[in-house]
Write a protein that binds this ligand. Sequence first.
Ligand SMILES: Nc1nc2c(ncn2[C@@H]2O[C@H](COP(=O)(O)OP(=O)(O)O)[C@@H](O)[C@H]2O)c(=O)[nH]1
Ligand SMILES: Nc1ncnc2c1ncn2[C@@H]1O[C@H](COP(=O)(O)OP(=O)(O)O)[C@@H](O)[C@H]1O
Length: 209
Amino acid sequence: MTDRSWSDGDGTDLGGFVPPGGGSPDHATRRLTVLSGPSGVGKSTVVAELRRAHPEVWLSVSVTTRMPRPGETHGVEYFFVDNDGFDRLIESGELLEWAEFAGNRYGTPRQAVLDKLAQGVPTVLEIDLQGARQVRESMPEALLVFLAPPSWEELEKRLRGRGTEPEDVIARRLEAGRIELAAEKEFDTTLVNTNVQDVCHRLIALMTA
Ligand SMILES: Nc1nc2c(ncn2[C@@H]2O[C@H](COP(=O)(O)OP(=O)(O)O)[C@@H](O)[C@H]2O)c(=O)[nH]1
Ligand SMILES: Nc1ncnc2c1ncn2[C@@H]1O[C@H](COP(=O)(O)OP(=O)(O)O)[C@@H](O)[C@H]1O
């Protein structure tokens, strides 16, 4: 059963967003979509399906100080760097946005995103709430999409079921998840991740409308 008691919305509110291609002449950043949501909601799964079904979409590869999980490859899921390396990226202005999340730092390499947008490539950033807020400031035309779980219980089940983090890390991520869920209304629209294919269809429809 769906219990989204933190939300008043029905999951389809477009919040006045003008879709890419609609309305006035396109600014390049209209091609930019930010996908955020609590850890374990299914962002990576949705993005993987999006890339499979829509190879024309480009997903930015973030830089992080967190350790790779088994099966993760440098340059694919993330660019894995140490703290000094991350500091250097901040100092040289190479990050479009960055944030600390559950004890690690994450950031979006700026130039690659600007290049893709200049080429008109539909571009997705899968980033946390703090990063989404920074993009809202620097690129107000971007579409901010919040991915919500069908219920809090389902979120916990998915995070634990993934089996990639010890319990203390799960607890930190759930704590951050409460804050992320409370910020849902800051986004242009919400998609509830009940079914991955369904979410992908809705997402691509929003991106290409
Ligand atoms: N601000 C920001 N957040 C990011 C970036 N890359 C990933 N994140 C977010 O960092 C959080 C933790 O990511 P990760 O450790 O991969 O865990 P997972 O999302 O639970 O698989 C998630 O909310 C990601 O969306 C980034 O470049 N910038
Ligand atoms: N719609 C869904 N229904 C059931 N399980 C899902 C769904 N989407 C993702 N999952 C599972 O939930 C867990 C967390 O998904 P993941 O994509 O790693 O989340 P995130 O990137 O948001 O932290 C994974 O085990 C994934 O297989």
